[in-house]
Design a protein around this ligand. Structure first.
Ligand code: 8YV
Length: 350
């Protein structure tokens, strides 16, 4: 009969998702383990002649990889919304489609973004450490004991300002969660590498005005730092966003403000952020991503800093969302290989 297109899958994505690949019209070659990454020899033995490849955020797709796969390759599907591990230009030149997983993880990441803003403002790292060390009784109650800064609007701060460095899907869902906290101002910078989109901006302005935001404006990065009570770092990791949050940015922030990064570690200068927390330029920080992750030792400046909560990149880590991402990545590769409509194909012409 007809040759079945080969699909290489670099990780076992769990029985429920993998079942979708049980099809007679595909020749699926999948790495066996859920917990161990595939070894390079296995990968390079198997990718020649593949039509589709499903892989993860931690795996590089460069010229060497594409040469090894050869001219049969039609689609790369990544189980992530970020795609800085993929040489998109090289894919475009070879006419290879790229599938990714936007939307399905937006709400999970927005949840953890708000959680980090609360944790950073309310001294959760410092205070839970005290409890875990059995030292609670060493801190007799006092009116300002363990006090942090409040996220929601309050009698002293009736106006709260959210600042978004990047205003895509996750930032918009984060803002939706903040409106009931009494935020009345939202400021944002575009992704530094993308052009302003006046039509999209106008539409958003109308929408947020009707939802009770007194002010919603695109600003430059200096004004964002100066005016925000919380800065949310939510732009893609790419050369144009490298260390946008640096010493100058952090020094310009309010002393009562909080910084949250749930995008990529490369946007924030870790040394500068540790110094900002330590020296009180800001009230605290919460990061789900760190430059150089997962190699983040216990003596990393941000890990040592009591005013900085560090999470091990768990923004999308809910059972529901990961199953959604796995399903989407699988459906992307199947559709791409068989010539159907991919649920989420990256538009490379932008
Ligand atoms: C994942 C992410 O944890 O989707 C992304 O870009 O950073 C996270 O959702 C991870 O990258 C999954 O591959």
């Amino acid at each position: 009969g007809m040759a079945r297109p080969k699909v290489v899958v670099t990780r076992n994505l769990g029985a429920e998702a993998m079942r979708l690949l049980d099809r007679s019209d595909l020749d699926v070659v999948a790495w066996h383990s859920e917990t161990q990454p595939c070894d390079k020899k296995w990968l390079y033995d198997n990718i020649p002649g593949a039509t589709g490849i499903l892989l993860l955020f931690s795996e590089k797709v460069d010229q060497e990889f594409l040469d090894a796969a050869g001219p049969t390759l039609k689609v790369v599907s990544t189980m992530s919304v970020g795609y800085e591990h993929i040489d998109v230009k090289a894919l475009a030149q070879r006419g290879i489609k790229l599938g990714y997983t936007p939307d399905v993880l937006t709400e999970a990441v927005a949840d953890i973004t708000v959680m980090l803003a609360l944790m950073a403002g309310r001294n959760v790292k410092e205070t839970t450490t005290i409890v875990q060390n059995g030292q609670w009784s060493a801190y007799p109650w006092a009116p300002y004991l363990f006090c942090g800064s409040q996220l929601s609007a309050n009698w002293l701060q009736p106006t709260r300002t959210a600042g978004f460095l990047g205003f895509g899907r996750i930032a918009q869902s984060t803002l939706a969660r903040l409106l009931p906290f009494g935020f009345t101002r939202a400021l944002y910078t575009g992704n530094p590498s993308s052009q302003p989109k006046p039509a999209r901006d106008a539409e958003m302005h109308a929408k947020y005005a009707s939802q009770g935001l007194a002010e919603f404006r695109r600003v430059d990065i200096a004004e964002l730092a100066r005016e925000s009570d919380v800065v949310f770092v939510l732009a893609p990791g790419e050369p144009s966003t490298y260390h946008v949050v640096n010493e100058e940015f952090l020094r310009a922030m309010k002393k009562t403000a909080v910084l949250v990064n749930t995008s990529r570690g490369s946007l924030v200068d870790s040394e500068a952020l540790a110094k900002a927390c330590r020296e009180g330029w800001i009230s605290g920080a919460g990061v789900d991503v760190v430059e150089g992750e997962p190699h983040v030792p216990a003596d990393h400046p941000l890990v040592k800093e009591p005013r900085c909560v560090v999470l091990p990149h768990i923004g999308s880590a809910t059972n529901e969302t990961r199953l959604g991402m796995g399903t989407m990545a699988i459906n992307n590769v199947i559709a791409g290989v068989l010539g159907g409509n991919m649920p989420a194909e990256l538009n490379m012409s932008r």
